[in-house]
Design a protein around this ligand. Sequence first.
Ligand SMILES: NC(=O)C1=CN([C@@H]2O[C@H](COP(=O)(O)OP(=O)(O)OC[C@H]3O[C@@H](n4cnc5c(N)ncnc54)[C@H](O)[C@@H]3O)[C@@H](O)[C@H]2O)C=CC1
Ligand SMILES: O=C(O)[C@@H]1CCC=N1
Length: 267
Amino acid sequence: MEYQRLVVVGGGQMGRALLCGMLDNGVIPESAAQVVEPSKTSRNWWQENRPKVHVTEDLKTAIPSADLVLLAVKPAMISKVAKQSPNAWDGKLVISIAAGIRMNTLCDLICHNRIIRVMPNTPCLVGEGASAYCCGQSVTSEDRSWIDSALGSVGMAVEVDEGQMDAVTGLSGSGPAYVCLMIEGLADGGVFAGLPRDLATKLATQTVLGTAKMIAETGRHPAELKDAVASPGGTTIAGLRSLEQNRLRAGLMDAVIASAERSRELG
Ligand SMILES: NC(=O)C1=CN([C@@H]2O[C@H](COP(=O)(O)OP(=O)(O)OC[C@H]3O[C@@H](n4cnc5c(N)ncnc54)[C@H](O)[C@@H]3O)[C@@H](O)[C@H]2O)C=CC1
Ligand SMILES: O=C(O)[C@@H]1CCC=N1
């Protein structure tokens, strides 16, 4: 389906990652995109980086011109945004990326259920995102294919049941932060062992990138690939022992569960 105009409400981190990815991949032309953004700093970013995208502070005039609206504001702002422009949402596909905000709540706010809830993540910015989405009752098959290809243009996209959205948020939504911490920790270890900081960060980053690619491309189980690195009596098994003593895997599980619980609370 050819949508005429997309309005992104909230041109911050995720609004930028998603819209810029869609523009770069030809999902929509710049002339068909509009951003509603109250922050002057953020509006300046758009004007400097995407001068052809119309940027405004005025939600009330922007929404009527849209065929689809991407809500990319913080969860606490969703209700305010919806109420700021009552009756303006009729006939529009509304996409929300707000963590924890349920389909029922969104339906009550915008008074229809042609809504798609999406949980993307920051690697969308470099075309390597992991997004999950679930659809409200009035979402059409054309809406579904549009969101699938729009999210697919910035990484992988998968449709899930709404009941799985909190778990997705805990895992892939928040996950980039956990991986950044891991890369930071690996680099710190390298620095402690004598490497210069730049080199340690480069090696740590490439190790995570290469390992993720190897798992994705071979389809082999992470445990099998881990075993292939650890020689009997060698260096890796000494490192693995230390990670087990420090509960790395349990710590990662706890992080995902804590984030999923927080997402549940936000709803
Ligand atoms: N940051 C992340 O990794 C992820 C964030 N999300 C969700 O994305 C949403 C946005 O998060 P971020 O981009 O990280 O936040 P952000 O703070 O970078 O962007 C939010 C933007 O909304 C703007 N804004 C505030 N009030 C507004 C209003 N009334 N009308 C229009 N714009 C308004 C702010 O000025 C800001 O630029 C949140 O709901 C979050 O749960 C989802 C997945 C990942
Ligand atoms: O921390 C947050 O609330 C957002 C949602 C998922 C990732 N960042």
